[in-house]
Design a protein around this ligand. Structure first.
Ligand code: FAD
Length: 444
């Protein structure tokens, strides 16, 4: 009887999983493996670790416990486990991230005579496949999006049945990180499908207009599930392809941003840490710890910024519009480097994803692909008034302001008696905007 090993990484599901289909084609018995790799676990931060553990638990449940868990180094442990069960092949979804692709080359080499089989990826179109006619990668989202739609994607993979091998040791996770009062979404594949079906029934209508409103539950909240592959974007796109209209188009294009940034990181792995646009390497930054700490704690005195930063600490998630506002505030009002903010996000986001996070930060900072021009600086007050017009989002996360009705909550400093326990704005936005533009003009 032939044996294969299916190594799960960012694909913690059984439905629509091409790597499982390829393992089932090669072998009748399959060992399911997950390696807890400190190189990825340590920088993940507690919310993402806890969500991962929950997803692994859910996956192990759907396999009746037949998921082997190893805490170690994939380059050493994947070949060791494969040899121990007599596997003729190891099946994975392609990882095109900087660490994942390096690790996979080393594992494939260490496997020697055992076949290394890559099939599918966490994206509808594997990064690197959509290029300009001359083979160069796209730098601008709108052009990438058109080419990505033209390229198209496969139908969801069929379901495969295999005989799962019982691991030697029963599935047991390390102790879950203590999250205090933070409530995370329900982990796992079944939960992901429920969230999606509920959204299709009730949330998709109006998505295009409401998605910018942090005071409304108007987006899918699928990002943590996509991060860990509890469901595949192909599954979502197949459902969207049966529908029409501006809401469908808008969600398809948001899913494409995730694919675009993965494509950019694939071609330029160094942009995880460095400016995509090297002209900005000369930009002058401030790095004083006190300003950064006030931003991080949600004590800047700008209510929409503080609400967002506190939502991040309370839920491990922040609304997209607010992510843009708080990122702009750190980079353009406090003049701090984008990578400090990106690191804080990666520590706290349950959906923290290197490509989406670092390149969205660079978009806001104006140093990335297809950037918001540097001179476009988000005004935290008008953004708050526009996208949280009744102030409900701010009042939810900033209890010191919960007595202030309506949109007055966005400028508490203008009240005859501003709340005593809430800080005055830590900087003057108009002045800092000018400082940011002066620094920018000095290097261009
Ligand atoms: P929906 O509006 O329902 O969108 C559906 C899906 O499309 C999302 O789940 C996500 O996979 C994708 N998507 C939507 N917007 C974007 C976008 N701008 N860029 C890339 N993909 C997008 N997203 C992450 O998944 N991980 C991150 O670490 C991350 N960091 C970010 C940092 C900053 C500074 C900014 C401005 C955005 C960041 N985003 C990140 C993108 C976006 O904020 C989240 O994907 C979105 O808020 C998740 O909520 P949702 O699933 O309800 O989104």
């Amino acid at each position: 009887m032939s044996t294969a090993l299916l190594w799960f990484r960012r694909d913690l599901r059984l439905a629509d999983l091409p790597a499982l289909v390829s393992a089932a084609e090669r072998a009748s018995r399959v060992l399911a493996l997950y390696v807890l790799d400190d190189a990825l676990l340590k920088p993940a931060g507690k919310p993402r670790q806890a969500f991962l553990y929950g997803c692994l638990e859910a996956l192990a449940d759907s396999l009746d416990g037949r998921l082997m868990l190893v805490h170690g180094d994939p380059v050493r442990d994947v070949p060791r486990v494969a040899r121990a069960v007599g596997a003729g092949s190891v099946h994975v979804s392609t990882d095109t991230g900087p660490y994942g692709s390096r690790r996979d080359r080393a594992v494939a080499e260490a496997l020697g005579e055992i076949d290394w089989v890559e099939c599918g990826s966490p994206y509808a179109v594997t990064p690197g496949r959509v290029t300009k006619p001359d083979g160069e990668p796209y730098r601008v989202f709108s052009a990438f999006y058109r080419a990505w739609c033209r390229h198209g994607w496969r139908a969801p993979a069929p379901h495969s049945t295999v005989d799962w091998i019982e691991p030697e040791k029963p599935f047991r996770l390390p102790e879950k990180p203590d999250l205090g009062s933070m409530a995370l979404p329900r982990p796992g594949e079944a939960a992901a499908h429920e969230v999606w079906e509920e959204f299709l029934d009730g949330g998709l209508d109006g998505y295009a207009t409401n998605r910018d409103r942090p005071d409304r539950p108007a987006t899918t909240r699928l990002s943590p599930y996509l991060r860990w592959g509890c469901l595949h974007p192909r599954t979502l796109l197949a459902d969207l392809d049966t529908r029409h209209g501006k809401d469908v188009e808008s969600l398809r294009s948001e899913l494409a941003w995730r694919e675009f940034y993965a494509d950019v990181l694939h071609h330029r792995p160094e942009t995880a840490r460095k400016n995509y646009d090297e002209r900005f390497d000369e930009l002058e930054y401030d790095t004083d710890r006190e300003s950064f700490d006030r931003w991080r704690a949600g004590r800047t005195g700008y209510p929409i910024v503080d609400a967002g930063m506190r939502q991040l600490l309370a839920e491990g998630w922040m609304h997209n519009r607010v992510r843009m506002i708080v990122a702009s505030f750190l980079v353009k009002d406090l003049h701090q480097p984008w990578w400090l903010g990106a690191r804080h996000f990666m520590n706290h986001l349950v959906d923290g994803d290197l490509a989406s996070n670092q390149l969205n930060w660079q978009w806001v900072a104006g140093t990335g692909t297809d950037p918001a021009p540097f001179f476009r600086v988000f005004n935290p007050t008008t953004q708050g008034e526009k996208f949280d017009p009744d102030g409900a989002y701010v009042r939810k996360y900033v209890p010191e302001l919960c007595e202030i009705p309506g949109k007055a909550v966005h400028q508490p400093w203008k009240l005859p008696r501003p709340p005593k326990d809430y800080p005055a704005p830590m900087v003057d936005h108009a002045q800092e905007r000018k400082v940011a533009l002066d620094r920018f003009n000095a290097i261009t």
